[in-house]
Design a protein around this ligand. Structure first.
Ligand code: NAD
Length: 361
């Protein structure tokens, strides 16, 4: 009997090779998707880098509401108004007493290490980065320094100080000009078209290094265009809403057919929270909405919510912009029970409501 036949004999005769493969796959998925109760025993100390930013402030709030202790680390840089970031922090601080803000720069490895030395962090949610595709074309070195070196500094401090789990922000932009839709985590990421996207591919690689070499539990999350209250003012929905309100021209790059998978921020936070309760070793997950919306439709939805017609300024397509983003959510549904709840038709009015109420920065 050959070695292969011997190993096959461990299976009941009724199991075909296909069935065996499928059982192995499901066993692996079951192990992959199991909750790890050790991660949430007692009070858990979370460090959230970029905690003063758009997504980070929502994450800090949710963690505080879940009664965890939260440290937000942020340099409050002027990529957009630091006054907006300070206002975000004020709102986070009102969400719970166990909140500490640390003003610091990721690029300073010694400072980060001191922070990890003086506090015991159980989990790190690393969201701080220079974000934005177009600005990365103007200053690619800055994006590599903050996003790549900064991530090395966070991972180094995490492994030196016994952090149990690191959750890192990646981006749908890693799929670049992927021809296949929707984008699955197993698709190649070699066709990026901006320094920002390249920096996120590098971060995914570094996450794998720290898992493989140092055994750190690392989860990479590819966010698909996030929107909602506190959205960054440089992002299309926020920028367009302000221009339409002011009666100013809205720059439309290309013919309006570019499409994005817009994801409401509370859905992203649900996905992050699901990761905080699970151990994967190293895995990558898409967090999107899995519905595409064209630029023309987005503007229509903003017009309806704002009750104003947009003045359109037609411009050529921009370098660095991908034609479509579209998340395949099969893996995150299976392993994180991730199920986005907010459709764009509901999310845009909720964003506009927030925009109208918020005080000027
Ligand atoms: P954001 O700019 O609002 O938040 C990032 C925060 O990081 C900011 O408050 C900033 O001050 C801080 N920061 C930047 N450089 C720092 C440094 N050197 N040291 C310390 N803090 C620093 O951006 P966001 O939209 O909340 O994005 C959060 C993360 O999600 C980023 O990693 C971004 O690349 C990723 N992401 C966002 C989107 C999106 O649509 N918003 C999509 C994909 C990926």
């Amino acid at each position: 009997m050959s070695g292969k036949a011997q190993s096959d004999s461990a299976w009941p005769a009724s199991h075909t090779k296909g069935a065996q493969r499928s059982i192995l796959r499901w066993t692996r998925h079951f192990a992959l998707c199991t909750l790890n109760p050790e991660l949430h025993i007692g009070e858990v100390n979370f460090l959230v880098t970029g905690g003063a930013g758009f997504i980070g402030s929502h994450v800090c709030e949710r963690l505080l509401h879940s009664n965890h202790a939260v440290w937000a680390f942020d340099d409050l840089n002027p990529f957009y108004s630091p006054a907006i970031k300070r206002r975000n922090l004020d709102e986070v601080a009102a969400a719970g007493a166990k909140f500490t803000f640390v003003h610091g720069d990721l690029s300073d490895a010694k400072e980060l290490d001191r922070l990890f030395q003086s506090n015991r962090f159980d989990q790190v949610i690393h969201l701080a980065a220079r974000a934005g595709v177009r600005p990365s074309l103007e200053d690619p070195a800055l994006y590599q320094r903050v996003n790549v070196e900064g991530t090395v500094n966070v991972l180094e401090a995490a492994r030196r100080h016994g952090v149990k789990k690191a959750i890192l922000a990646s981006s749908s932009s890693v799929y670049g000009v992927n021809q296949k839709v929707p984008f699955a985590e197993s698709d190649p990421v070699a066709s990026v078209i901006s320094p920002y996207a390249a920096s996120k591919v590098a971060c995914e690689g570094l996450g794998h290094v720290y898992h493989h070499v140092h055994g750190l539990d690392v989860t990479m999350l590819r966010f698909f265009t996030v929107y909602g209250p506190r959205q960054r003012p440089d992002l299309a929905i926020h920028k367009f809403a302000q221009l339409i309100t002011a009666g100013k021209p809205v720059p439309v790059f290309g013919d309006g057919t570019t499409a994005r998978d817009y994801t409401f921020v509370s859905d992203i936070v649900d996905g992050i929270m699901a990761c905080t309760e699970r151990t994967f070793g190293y895995e990558i997950f898409n967090l999107g909405n899995s519905h595409t919306v064209t630029l023309a439709r987005l503007i229509e939805l903003l017009e309806q919510s704002l009750g104003k017609t947009a003045v359109l300024q037609r411009l050529p397509a921009q370098p660095g912009d991908v034609p479509i983003t579209y998340a395949d959510l099969a893996k995150s549904q299976r392993c994180l029970a991730y199920a986005p709840k907010v459709r764009i038709e509901e999310g845009i009015p909720r964003f506009v409501e927030w925009l109208k109420k918020r005080p000027a920065a």
